[in-house]
Every structure is written in structure tokens, then in C-alpha cells.
Design a binder for this molecule. Structure first.
Ligand SMILES: [Zn+2]
Ligand SMILES: [Zn+2]
Length: 456
């Protein structure tokens, strides 16, 4: 029988002090369903037995060598008595050459992190380690010196063993490589750590019930949010936004640190948003709580934002949903109500003619002058499915616009000095200006994003 492994183990231990983990790890690819500690202990126990057998057969297995080697094992209790009974020597109390006794005291080293982890709600986690270069190099050199080709790296053993300790402390948690709730990163050997929390994503629809509120927080350009005279030292241009009205109660409930609002398009500050509401995704970062009933969340938001914003249809989602709602919002069908002021009276015939004209009509639209300072100037083609015009007075109309997402409706009305063609103004033959604009409906294909909506 080939006793190569045992010879190697003896050779190693004659020169270096090792703990069971580090000894076992050198043979990590041999045998399955074992920890490296168990591998190491199996080798130690076998060596103990061989040395006894050899002693009885008068030293055939180089008894002294084996006993000497065993003295270099760190922290294996049964060996202590074994050595004491058979020699006058004791197991050397000392430090493992490779890990410097990290594995023997692993639980103690991560005690602080365990305490902090307990402040987070999670079901899935991942352990990561940044191992000091010197330690990795030391292990590499060690393996090369003894031509050990079956070894595992100290990094993967540490990740796994720390993971096991965490599982022991938190009964129903699982390791997950794909999008775990929390990631705990340790620097080895110092064991200072960082807990990274993956954000949660909440999908829903919002309605904006009042005018004058921007969708997202508008940070003051002059002071970049610090506070200055221009923004009355608020750091922002508007007191409140849809984003803030929704985020604040959510951050509080989830004990998060920040939130990012992603809307499926946006309405103007002076427009309200009615109907079933506009889809949005709220990305909440650094959450300590994540197992919350969404009904409760919805009630919390609607209570906080009462009279201004209302949310409905909240669902947990994955990160992919942001990309999807952004893409879909450009093509999805929208319905607006525009109140249009004319600079001259128009006849009923003209109104009927305009309605007929804008039936499945393609509009050529260059980026409006009012936004061209922050968006690239380009020509887009958008479809108007239909207009429904009701006269309010001789020179005032209510126009219901049914169109493709991404069309600038104010410019469809005014023509934007020829940048939007055709326009209502052009067809009616008078100057027309949109004095009020509301979003009535965003026809969003909820079923197309179903796949990104999950229970958690
Ligand atoms: Zn060790
Ligand atoms: Zn300012």
C-alpha cells in the first residue's frame, strides 16, 4: 500500500508546527464530505496509531520520527495525553506556522461582527475575505516546498468556516452567491470587517394629486445641496418631491440609510398624475429590516404623503426592473389632459378638422427649447393616436391627448417655434399654449415586468 500521504504529513510536521485545519487543508481535494479539520485529525489519529503499531513491531515505521512530528500539531486535545503517556515530551504549545491560530479561535475573532449582524434582518448571506498578501504567499510557498497538489486555499476555507459559524448563530439563514441580502467582508488576519447590505427594490404606482411638486428632489445648483441664499438654505429648489414623500416613510420602516427613486418617465412639476398612476421603483439602501408587509408600507406612505401623493400596487422586485421600466416607459401609451389657451377664436369646424388630422399621426419632434439645456438635442418620432377636443370657451380648449410615451405634449400644442411638426397650433392656424397639463393614464404592461417581481 502506498503511504505517500502519511509520509508527506510526517515530513511537513517534522519541520513546521501546524493546526489540524492547515494540515488537513493541504490534502483538501482528497476525500469528500469532510472539513479540513477532520482531514487533519484523521491524519493525526492515523499517525498516532501507526506509531503505536510500529513501537510494538520494534520501530519499523521510524517511531521516533512520527512522535517528533506529532509534537508539532497545534490544538488537538487527544494528542496531549497520547504524548504524555508515551514520551516524556509534551505537545508543543505554540503557533500554527500558516494561519497563526486563526482557525482555533475563529469564533472568538468574529464575535464583534456576529453582534452587529444581529441588527440586520436577512435570510441569505455571503462571507468574503481579503487575505493579507503575505499570508497567501506563505501558503503558496509552503505547498510548493512539499509538492502538495491536493490543497485548498486558506481563503475558501475561511469563507466556508465563517459561514458555518454564522449559520450556527442564525438558524434559518442560507449562504447565497447570487444576490444575498447581506455580505460580510473580513480583512484577514486583523478581522476588522464590513457589512454590505444589498438594496431592496419596491415596485409600485404613484398618483400625484397636487401641482408644483417635482418627481425627484431638485438639488440647488448654486450650492449643490449645502444651502445658500438662492435656495433659502434648504439645498433644494422645492420643499418636497414625489421621491421624498415616498422615500421617507419607507426608509424609516426598513431602517435604511438612503433611497433612490426610479420613475417610468416623469410628468412636469406643474402637472398632476391621475388614473392608475405612474410606475416607479424605489431602491432602498442599507436596510436593517426587509421582512415587512407591503400593505403596511403602502398605508405608511399614503398616510405621510396624504393629499399630495398616493401609492398603490406595491410589490417586491429585483434590480432588473429599473432597466425594464425605463425602457418600457419610452414606448408605452399615455393619456394627457391639456388646457389650451388660444390667441384667437377658432370655429367648431376647425376643431373638428384638428381632431381628424391628429388620428394616428406621426409627430417629428426636436428636443424642446425648455429642456435642451439638460438633454441632448435630437429629432424623435412619436405617434399621436388621437385627440379629443372639448371647447371651454371661444379661445380655450380642453384637449385629451392619447399618444406614445416620450412625446412632449406642451410642444405638440405650441409647435415650439417649428421644432415640433405638425402641431395643434399649426393645424388650428392660431397661436396655442398649454396652460395646464395632467397625466390621466400610463398604460403600462404590468405583465411584462412580472418576471422581475418577486416575493423578496
Ligand atoms: Zn493553522
Ligand atoms: Zn442653494
Amino acid at each position: 500500500m502506498n503511504l505517500n500521504i502519511l509520509d508527506k504529513a510526517v515530513k511537513i510536521l517534522q519541520e513546521y508546527k501546524l493546526c489540524s485545519n492547515c494540515l488537513g487543508r493541504m490534502f483538501g481535494m482528497l476525500g469528500t464530505g469532510l472539513t479540513n479539520k477532520e482531514r487533519g485529525e484523521a491524519l493525526i489519529i492515523t499517525l498516532m496509531m501507526l506509531s503505536d503499531e510500529a513501537a510494538k513491531n520494534s520501530g519499523e515505521y521510524k517511531l521516533n520520527q512520527v512522535i517528533n512530528a506529532l509534537q508539532n500539531i497545534i490544538g488537538f486535545k487527544p494528542l496531549e495525553k497520547f504524548l504524555a503517556d508515551r514520551t516524556c515530551l509534551k505537545q508543543n504549545e505554540n503557533v500554527c506556522y500558516i494561519c497563526e491560530n486563526i482557525f482555533n479561535k475563529l469564533e472568538e475573532f468574529i464575535k464583534n461582527s456576529l453582534k452587529e449582524i444581529s441588527t440586520y434582518e436577512f435570510k441569505t448571506f455571503l462571507v468574503g475575505t481579503n487575505i493579507d498578501e503575505k499570508l497567501i504567499e506563505k501558503e503558496d510557498n509552503f505547498r510548493a516546498k512539499f509538492s502538495l497538489t491536493w490543497g485548498e486555499s486558506i481563503k475558501s476555507e475561511l469563507n466556508r468556516e465563517i459561514g458555518k459559524i454564522i449559520k450556527k448563530y442564525y438558524s434559518d439563514v442560507e449562504t447565497s452567491f447570487e444576490n444575498p441580502h447581506i455580505i460580510i467582508e473580513y480583512n484577514i488576519p486583523g478581522f476588522n470587517y464590513r457589512i454590505n447590505v444589498n438594496p431592496v427594490f419596491i415596485y409600485g404606482r404613484y398618483r400625484k394629486l397636487v401641482r408644483g411638486i417635482p418627481q425627484t428632489k431638485w438639488v440647488c445648483k448654486s450650492c449643490k445641496g449645502v444651502g445658500c441664499a438662492r435656495c433659502s438654505f434648504k439645498g433644494k429648489m422645492y420643499d418636497i418631491s414625489v421621491e421624498e414623500l415616498i422615500s421617507k416613510p419607507v426608509i424609516e420602516k426598513l431602517k435604511g440609510v438612503a433611497a433612490k427613486f426610479h420613475g417610468a418617465g416623469r410628468e412636469d412639476i406643474d402637472a398632476i398624475m391621475t388614473g392608475v398612476g405612474r410606475p416607479f421603483v424605489l431602491e432602498v439602501k442599507g436596510v436593517k429590516r426587509r421582512f415587512i408587509e407591503l400593505d403596511e408600507m403602502e398605508a405608511g406612505i399614503n398616510n405621510y404623503a396624504e393629499g399630495k401623493v398616493e401609492v398603490s400596487n406595491l410589490k417586491w422586485a429585483s434590480r432588473n426592473i429599473i432597466r425594464k421600466i425605463k425602457a418600457l416607459s419610452k414606448i408605452t401609451r399615455k393619456k394627457y389632459r391639456a388646457i389650451v389657451q388660444l390667441d384667437n377664436n377658432v370655429t367648431d369646424d376647425k376643431v373638428i378638422e384638428a381632431e381628424k388630422y391628429f388620428s394616428n399621426t406621426i409627430i417629428q419632434q426636436r428636443t424642446p427649447r425648455r429642456v435642451v439645456h439638460r438633454r441632448s438635442d435630437k429629432l424623435r418620432e412619436k405617434q399621436v393616436y388621437g385627440l379629443k377636443i372639448t371647447r371651454i370657451s371661444d379661445d380655450k380648449l380642453e384637449v385629451i391627448v392619447d399618444c406614445q410615451g416620450g412625446l412632449y405634449v406642451k410642444e405638440l400644442v405650441s409647435g415650439d417655434e417649428g421644432r415640433t411638426k405638425p402641431s395643434l397650433s399649426e393645424v388650428l392656424g392660431v397661436e396655442a399654449k398649454c396652460i395646464q397639463l395632467d397625466v390621466l393614464d400610463v398604460d403600462f404592461p404590468d405583465n411584462m415586468i412580472e418576471a422581475e417581481i418577486s416575493t423578496k
